[in-house]
Design a binder for this molecule. Structure first.
Ligand code: SF4
Length: 475
């Protein structure tokens, strides 16, 4: 048996970037810190996988129990198939120095059907590619699949409560012809990927849109470290391709980009803000939004978005609040209560209206809360602060990979020790007991909410100070 050089994940990595696959194998310690949101995605895969097994009950779990047991597991897989096994979970196949573990294999009437399970609503080109690699290996190992399917989440599924019926939850997509079409590409890419993994030094690959597509690469910290802060590659107001186009046209600094005749208003604002080092804003517009209310009430909702719904009547990935809190201008907190571990936006809206006055302005951050409050015809003035920080009314003088309240506050110097917050994904991991920091109890969740509310208030006050400065300078 040839030495195993590639797995499904290393192959997909190699298709994205040969340097990335080299670094991953030979310099893994240079990897960036993995975001909690990415970790959540990986973990979600296991839960979905076990649910899919129920569609094909009484199968044999072939997954190796420890990292060194792959060769044994591959031998066991072959033995089970030859011995007439009907259903195998995570069976191990090796061919041409590549090892794959298809989620489910069903052997029936002389046919082999392969099922890949995905915790998403759609089939992406990357899913086809990884199924195509599995097909290549199984075919080479003498177990050619007759059909290849992707099992993914049914977007029309509504959880009725009780035990989830996998036959309702999943959708089958037959991708047999697509994986066969991909075989030439797979054969072409394998030698390249192997050469990169086994190279003595890192392949020369320039940074490009591939650093983010299809997945944000976890070596950006290394490869992008010499990109100067004022490079056009760090512009928030235009997409990735446009940034690289500017760089390829020879612009090395945003100060070189001509503003005259440029009708992209946001880009102009961003460049002006970045060059001057000061926020660019339209105080008359901000004033209209900010001074429409007597007093401000800040709202923070912490919610999960699971592929597998937890509450009867909800859909996959439907946001489910797990806690909420509001902060009034007088410093008093309103602590939300749910009768179940999971609540609804409707419950929050109902509870909130007892505390709000018609003149209050309810301030929060994020499209999800915005969308639900609108859907519920919430009868109070609301302000999604995210819209203000992303609008033509205000542009801050720095680049951010993600415009989250925490990132903005850090750059503005607001996020000091007392206000230091973890992001929501980390808090949710802690709440569900998946964090290395230990399981969060309800008091710790309340503290998380409180800190976010203070942060929200600071971000609101930051804008009001800008308006006041402007008004003062005019008077
Ligand atoms: S950051 Fe970009 S160039 Fe560097 S390894 Fe990742 S994808 Fe390749």
């Amino acid at each position: 048996m040839a030495k195993t050089e590639l797995s499904k994940s290393t192959f997909i990595r190699a298709v994205q970037c040969l340097k990335s696959v080299y670094l991953n194998k030979n310099r893994p310690f240079l990897r960036d810190h993995l975001e909690a949101s990415q970790l959540n995605k990986f973990e979600r895969g296991h839960e979905i996988g076990y649910l899919a097994w129920k569609l094909f009950p009484n199968g044999i779990d072939c997954s190796p129990k420890y990292p060194g047991a792959y060769a044994k597991a591959a031998a066991k897989t072959a033995e089970l198939i030859l011995g007439g096994a009907k259903i195998l979970y995570e069976a191990v196949f090796e061919y041409d120095g590549i090892r794959v573990l298809p989620d489910i294999i069903v052997l029936e009437n002389g046919e082999i059907n392969m099922y890949e399970v995905k915790g998403s609503l759609n089939v992406s080109p990357t899913y086809i590619l990884d199924a195509a690699l599995q097909y290549y290996v199984l075919n080479g190992a003498g177990f050619t699949p007759s059909h290849t399917f992707i099992l993914h989440v049914n977007k029309n599924y509504v959880y009725p409560g009780g035990e989830i019926r996998p036959e309702d939850f999943f959708v089958f997509d037959d991708i047999t012809s697509e994986v066969i079409q991909q075989q030439e590409f797979i054969k072409f890419k394998i030698p390249e990927a192997k050469a990169a993994v086994n190279a003595n030094k890192s392949p020369e690959v320039a940074i490009g849109p591939h650093c983010y597509l299809p997945y944000p690469c976890d070596f950006r910290g290394l490869c992008w470290k010499s990109v100067p802060e004022d490079s056009p590659l760090y512009l928030n107001s235009i997409d990735l391709q446009s940034r690289f186009r500017l760089a390829s046209e020879g612009f090395t600094s945003i100060s070189q980009i001509p503003l005259e005749g440029n009708d992209n208003k946001l880009l102009k604002m961003e460049i002006e803000a970045r060059i001057s080092g000061k926020p660019k804003y339209q105080s008359s517009e901000l004033q209209k939004i900010f001074y429409s209310a007597k007093q401000q009430v800040y709202l923070k909702i912490l919610f999960i978005e699971n592929a597998i719904p937890r509450l009867a009547g909800t859909r996959p990935f439907e946001p489910l609040p797990i806690a909420w809190m509001a902060l009034k201008e007088d410093g008093k907190f309103i602590e939300g209560k749910f009768s179940n571990p999971y609540g609804t936006f409707f419950e929050i809206a109902q509870q909130l209206q007892y505390f709000l006055d018609k003149q209050d302005l309810l301030i929060f951050w994020g499209k999800t809360t915005d969308c639900y409050l609108h859907q519920l015809d919430f009868d109070f003035p609301i302000l999604n602060l995210e819209n203000v920080y992303q609008s033509e009314s205000l542009y801050l003088p720095f680049y951010l990979d993600e415009k989250t309240p925490e990132n903005i506050a850090t750059k503005l110097g607001i996020l000091n020790g007392e206000l230091a917050v973890m992001n929501d994904e980390e808090a949710i991991r802690a709440w569900s007991g998946e964090s290395a920091k230990g399981k969060y109890n309800s008091e710790e969740i309340q503290n998380h909410l409180k800190k976010h509310l203070f942060l929200l208030r600071e971000l609101y006050l930051y804008v009001t100070r800008l308006i006041e400065q402007d008004t003062n300078s005019l008077s």
